[in-house]
Design a protein around this ligand. Structure first.
Ligand SMILES: C[S@@+](CC[C@H](N)C(=O)[O-])C[C@H]1O[C@@H](n2cnc3c(N)ncnc32)[C@H](O)[C@@H]1O
Length: 276
């Protein structure tokens, strides 16, 4: 987690990507599926800059409800704090820390835990699920969504992703004389939908609801994700963030132009689970 707490990442946040309507749609759908009617205490794990924290706080808005945003990256947490400053509904608290020690960070049982667009970043998924289970009260629910699973790229979008990455490597070489560090190429294994379900079931959860939502991502969405540190580090390991961001955004524009497209589809997996 050291890289996400690096102050040098200040301008490479998810902020611009998180403002897109398709992103709002997949997060809002997960909050609706969770049915928070009776929830009083909710954790937004990996809260980032607070896009989902706000949706949750709006859903449970009453002065007795408490939403706890937990996030390891100081920079992101600071932006979340700013983004939610004006929010007058539920009480929102902010805690710096990672999912691996959730039960130490949040000691009183909660009604729901959300982990949005982040579970794929966690290496010790069994440990994190055990931590979430421990933090949940008896009727608690755990909800997550991800667009980084095996199946996120629909077959009709494969050509786009292949060309985007090839062009990014070309721009990087031509304009900066750089190449990604092959020894650090992303080893992270992307789980399938079934593997996620099995993981939940083997850690004390029972899946209550599951959906795959396909969204259409416009060029501005790809330009925005190109400036996000975790995305740049994942696809172009070892490359300085500014160079990586420029190469990815430029390559996205060239690929859209090449293929004559105005958007490209992407799947989001949404899962809501109860205690087994
Ligand atoms: C793509 S952002 C998603 C932010 C927010 N949940 C949303 O959906 O907009 C992923 C977030 O997960 C956080 N993260 C990464 N590893 C984590 C971990 N082990 N525990 C908790 N959060 C983590 C990152 O710092 C980042 O803010």
């Amino acid at each position: 987690m050291t890289s996400t707490t690096d102050a040098g990442h200040a301008s490479f946040t998810l902020e611009r990507f998180a403002q897109h309507s398709f992103y709002h749609e997949v997060n809002k759908r997960l909050v609706a599926l969770t049915q928070l009617a009776k929830a009083q205490r909710v954790v937004d794990l990996g809260a980032g800059t607070g896009a989902v924290t706000k949706l949750i706080a709006q859903e449970v808005a009453n002065q007795n409800a408490e939403v706890i945003a937990v996030e390891p990256c100081e920079t992101a947490l600071e932006i979340a704090r700013r983004n939610l400053e004006e929010f007058g509904g539920a009480v929102v608290r902010f805690i710096q820390g990672g999912a691996e020690i959730l039960s130490q960070l949040v000691k009183k049982p909660v009604d729901a835990v959300f982990f949005c667009n982040a579970i794929h970043l966690v290496e010790e998924k069994d440990l994190v699920l055990r931590e979430i289970l421990e933090t949940l009260g008896e009727d608690g629910t755990f909800s997550f969504n991800t667009s980084f699973y095996d199946g996120a790229e629909p077959p009709e979008a494969e050509l786009f992703y292949r060309r985007w990455m090839m062009k990014a490597l070309r721009v990087l070489k031509k304009e900066y004389g750089l190449s990604p560090d092959k020894t650090r190429v992303e080893a992270r294994h992307r789980l399938t939908e079934d593997e996620y379900i099995a993981l939940l079931e083997s850690n004390g959860f029972k899946v209550r609801d599951k959906e795959v939502v396909t969204v259409q991502v416009p060029l501005s969405g790809f330009e925005a994700i190109s400036e996000y540190s975790l995305w740049i580090e994942g696809v172009l390991p070892g490359v300085p963030l500014a160079a990586g961001a420029h190469a990815l955004a430029e390559a996205a524009r060239l690929t859209f132009e090449d293929l004559g497209i105005t958007e490209s589809p992407r799947n989001w997996l949404l899962v809501v689970a109860d205690r087994a």
